[in-house]
Write a protein that binds this ligand. Structure first.
Ligand code: CA
Length: 224
């Protein structure tokens, strides 16, 4: 089990890390929100321990962004204040549990255990478009009986296209949602990745799923 601890206070982060490592968990620590989001893009974590008070992007905003991206991993929020309002805001933003500081490490461990147990039972989501399947928990893709290996970025591209199945995705939308750029880098980045993805999911199959809509974008859809 891999846990990401997002906490800027070095001492607290290090206490949490040690406690979780003692439990046999793999722990990564990240001191700020933007970096945590980036880490969640590239690494699959089983849970997040997320402090609300962070420099730059705060914990609630990180949490909202993760949920907007469709990431369902269990999140345990930490708060220095423990106010009722913050608790409600945290749960509304998609937190699974909430722990006010100061807390006992044993309680943190117990709550995290409870969250990950719950998570493992219900977390698996398999996206399907025709005979193409993507397991968002294990990140395994397959077309029919063929397993497909994807890089992290290819995975994000495919997941986004599958969640948007039947809808034309403009190049700029993909640049924003898959690469997190809010500007057009002016390269053929998207085209290159679409071509790679096509090689993996469509090449060798009679029925093609990934289509280019000239002048509009890309479309993943069930054959009609
Ligand atoms: Ca903090």
């Amino acid at each position: 089990m891999r846990i990401l601890v997002v906490e800027d206070e070095h001492k607290t982060a290090s206490f949490i890390r040690k406690a979780l490592q003692t439990e046999g968990l793999i722990v990564e620590v990240c001191p700020d929100g933007e970096a945590a989001l980036a880490q969640c893009q590239t690494t699959r974590f089983d849970a997040l321990v997320l402090d609300i008070m962070l420099p730059g992007r705060d914990g609630l905003s990180v949490l909202r962004e993760l949920r907007l991206q469709g990431r369902q991993l269990p999140v345990l929020l930490l708060s220095a204040r423990g106010e009722v309002n913050e608790r409600v805001a945290g749960l509304n933003a998609g937190a699974d549990d909430y722990l006010p500081k100061p807390f006992e490490l044993a309680e943190l461990v117990a709550r995290l255990r409870a969250l990950t147990r719950r998570g493992n039972e219900s977390q698996t989501t398999i996206l399907c478009v025709a005979d193409l399947q993507l397991d968002t928990h294990t990140r395994q893709a397959r077309r029919g009986r063929v397993e497909i290996q994807l890089t992290a970025r290819e995975y994000r591209l495919l997941e986004f296209l599958m969640r948007s199945a039947g809808i034309i995705c403009a190049r700029m939308t993909l640049i924003e949602k898959v690469w997190d750029y809010d500007f057009d880098p002016g390269t053929n980045l998207v085209d290159v990745y679409i071509r790679r993805l096509r090689e993996k999911i469509d090449a060798g199959f009679e029925v093609k799923l990934l289509h280019t809509v000239r002048g509009a974008g890309y479309l993943l859809k069930e054959p009609t």
